[in-house]
Design a binder for this molecule. Structure first.
Ligand SMILES: C[S@@+](CC[C@H](N)C(=O)[O-])C[C@H]1O[C@@H](n2cnc3c(N)ncnc32)[C@H](O)[C@@H]1O
Length: 322
C-alpha cells in the first residue's frame, strides 16, 4: 500500500490527492482483494486475462458504444463538448481501454480517466501504459468523497454479484461531486448478448460464465438506492466494429477479437480458418437485432474505400445524477 501511495504521488499527484487508502474498513477490503479469484487475472486454468487484453489492443473496436457512455456520463451531445477538467472514474476499467478511447475521442480532457479494477494484472498493464490506475473493488473504493465528475460501471457489471451491486452504486454516488453522473451499463437478461454469454461463453470458455445480467427495473432500483436522481434507462447501440482494406481480413480480425475477448478456447483445435468460421457462424446465430440501430446480424460491408466487419450489440444503460 505504501509503495502504491508513493507511485501515485510521483506519477499522478492529482490522483494521489483523491486516494483514501486508510479509510475505515480498508484492511478487510485489502484482504478480500488478495483472496479474490477472478477470471480476468490471467490465462491460468480459470483465466482469460491475457487473451482479453490481446483483444483490446485495437482500442477502437467498441468505440461507438464507449463514446455514447462518455456523452451520457458528461451530459453533453458529443465528446468534443466534455469539459477539459473532467474527472472520470472507470470502475471496471480492465487495462485502461476506456481511458485510451477517451484520449482519442475527447483529446481536450486533461486528466486521463482513472482506471480501477480488482485484477492486479489489469491494473499493472494500465500503469505500464502510463495511465492512472487503482486496484480496488467496485463495492469499496479507496477514493475520497465528491472527487469525481463522473463514474462509469460498464463492460462487466454482471460480474458484480447481485448482493454487491447496491454497494457498488452507493460507492459510485459517494465519490461523485454534486451534479456528477453515474453511468451503469450492462446487457439485458434474455437479450442476444446475455444469451451469447450464458449459452456460448459459458460452454466454450475455461471459466464458464454463470452471471446474472440486468433488467431495466433492477437498474432503476439501484440508481434510486444510491440516492441519485434518475436520468433514465435506455438501450444503447454498442457494436463491435473492425475496419480495414480487405473484406476477408476484417472478418478474420473480428472473429479473432470474439475468440480472445470471450476466451472461447473450446472452439480452438482446428485450423485457424475453421475456428474463425465457427465463431462467426455462432455470432450470426446469436447477435440478431431485426429492429436495431445497425445491421440485423453480423456483416461485412463496404463504406466508400473501407471494409467494415460489424457485430451488432445493444446494451442497457442507466444514468443517475447526484
Ligand atoms: C470485461 S472486463 C472489462 C474491462 C474494460 N472496461 C474493457 O471494457 O475492456 C471486466 C473487468 O471488471 C473487473 N471486475 C469484475 N468484478 C469486479 C469488482 N467487483 N470490482 C472491481 N473490478 C471488478 C474484472 O477484473 C475485469 O477486468
Amino acid at each position: 500500500m505504501m509503495e502504491y501511495a508513493d507511485l501515485a504521488r510521483n506519477r499522478f499527484p492529482w490522483l494521489a490527492e483523491t486516494l483514501w487508502l486508510d479509510r475505515p474498513g480498508a484492511e478487510a477490503a485489502w484482504r478480500l482483494l488478495a483472496d479474490a479469484v477472478n477470471e480476468f487475472e490471467d490465462d491460468t486454468d480459470l483465466g482469460r486475462g491475457a487473451s482479453y487484453r490481446r483483444a483490446q489492443r485495437n482500442a477502437m473496436v467498441r468505440a461507438r458504444g464507449i463514446r455514447s457512455l462518455f456523452t451520457l456520463a458528461a451530459g453533453v451531445a458529443t465528446p468534443a463538448r466534455i469539459p477539459r477538467d473532467w474527472r472520470l472514474l472507470d470502475v471496471l476499467g480492465g487495462d485502461g481501454l476506456l481511458a485510451r478511447v477517451l484520449r482519442t475521442v475527447a483529446p481536450q480532457v486533461v486528466s486521463p480517466a482513472v482506471t480501477s479494477d480488482m485484477a492486479g494484472h489489469m491494473v499493472l498493464e494500465a500503469l505500464r501504459g502510463g495511465l492512472p490506475a487503482i486496484r480496488q473493488l467496485a463495492q469499496f473504493l479507496f477514493v475520497r468523497d465528491e472527487t469525481m465528475d463522473a463514474v462509469i460501471i460498464a463492460y462487466g457489471t454482471h460480474h458484480i454479484g447481485p448482493e454487491e451491486r447496491a454497494a457498488a452504486c452507493r460507492e459510485a454516488a459517494r465519490v461523485l461531486r454534486p451534479g456528477g453522473r453515474l453511468v451503469l451499463h450492462d446487457f439485458e437478461e434474455g437479450a442476444p448478448v446475455a444469451r451469447w454469454f450464458t449459452e456460448v461463453v459459458h460452454r466454450h470458455s475455461r471459466s464458464g460464465h454463470p452471471y446474472k445480467h440486468f433488467s431495466a427495473a433492477e437498474m432503476e432500483r439501484l440508481i434510486a438506492a444510491a440516492d441519485l436522481r434518475p436520468v433514465g434507462v435506455r438501450p444503447v447501440y454498442d457494436p463491435l466494429v473492425v475496419e480495414g482494406d480487405d473484406p476477408r481480413e476484417v472478418r478474420a480480425a473480428l472473429a479473432d477479437y470474439l475468440l480472445d475477448m470471450y476466451g472461447l478456447v473450446g472452439l480452438n483445435g482446428r485450423a485457424r480458418a475453421e475456428t474463425r468460421d465457427a465463431v462467426w457462424a455462432l455470432a450470426r446465430r446469436y447477435f440478431t437485432y431485426p429492429d436495431g440501430a445497425g445491421p440485423d446480424r453480423p456483416v461485412v460491408y463496404r463504406r466508400r474505400s473501407t471494409w467494415l466487419a460489424e457485430v451488432p450489440r445493444v446494451a442497457l444503460v442507466a444514468v443517475g445524477e447526484k
